[in-house]
Ligand binder design. Structure first.
Ligand code: MLT
Length: 267
């Protein structure tokens, strides 16, 4: 069921389905909670699955006109307020994909007692290289000027594996629709927020909760070797490669992603 949750002057749309131990899923950029639809449907048979549209995205409130950046810390604190509003007191299994992973790591740093298990999907711990930083700021200005549709053309070939782009028209058109529907101000604000995110590499060795590091075999944005290095830094992390998938593994190969998540959650 989609609910509206006030996180302090802004309402977020939050999918809250199923019952049992809570699982909180955080979407990537510039998407919305529906990227997790296949996981919500499957996991909600055994767990309470909470999947918000982040501040400014999906069906959440539009950002105010004077908002130029949303930090990963702000997104993470919104998640804590969502859990408070939904009266989730015990620790959650927290999963985030890409930007959602940056937010999950920041959430772990700021609200550690609320994280029982961590699932880092197709994400990075390192900050951006200088060229990537410059591109983020340019794209932010361009998104504000002309809307986010241009991002679909530049991002899609990197978001999914070549075989997905060729053969999985359903996933590709859903992604294209989500990107085109994103509010220009939210896209720009998240780009600037990602640009100034912390270097999470020094935190990894201190993560003591059970952690799953999951990556699509053909991920071009957070490649398997980079994610394997993240897993190697986190004590006792489990590392899984999802075949026939790129950066959007949960949408490209939902059955393998669901199996990996379910096996990790039930352990
Ligand atoms: C995402 O999928 O959330 C983005 O690729 C994250 C990023 O641009 O670093």
């Amino acid at each position: 069921m989609l609910q509206r949750v006030d996180v302090g002057g802004q309402c977020l749309a939050v999918e809250d389905s199923g019952a049992g131990r809570p699982v909180l899923l955080v979407h990537g950029f510039p998407l919305d909670h529906s990227m997790w639809n296949a996981q919500i449907e499957s996991l909600a048979r055994r767990y309470r699955v909470i999947a918000p549209d982040l501040r400014g995205f999906g069906q959440s409130d539009r950002l105010p006109t004077d908002c130029t950046a949303v930090t990963m810390a702000r997104f993470a604190d919104d998640l804590a307020k969502v859990l408070d509003a939904l009266e989730v007191e015990g620790p959650v299994a927290l999963g985030g994909l890409s930007m959602g992973g940056y937010i999950a790591l920041e959430f772990w740093r700021r609200h550690q007692r609320r994280v029982g298990k961590l699932m880092l999907c197709d994400t990075r711990a390192a900050p951006d290289a200088p060229e990537a930083l410059a591109a983020r700021f340019q794209n932010a200005i361009r998104a504000e000027a002309e809307g986010p549709a241009f991002l679909a053309d530049t991002l899609l070939p990197r978001l999914v594996a070549p075989e997905t782009l060729r053969a999985n028209t359903e996933a590709v058109s859903r992604l294209r629709r989500m990107i085109a529907a994103a509010a220009p101000r939210s896209v720009a604000a998240a780009l600037r927020g990602m640009a100034c995110r912390s270097d999470a590499r020094p935190w990894l060795a201190a993560i003591r909760c059970p952690t799953l590091v999951l990556v699509g075999q053909h991920d071009a944005i957070s490649p398997p070797d980079e994610m394997q290095a993240i897993a190697a830094e986190i004590p006792h992390a489990r590392f899984e490669i999802i075949p026939s998938a790129g950066h959007m593994a949960p949408m490209e190969n939902p059955s393998a992603t669901n199996a990996a998540l379910e096996s990790f959650l039930s352990d």
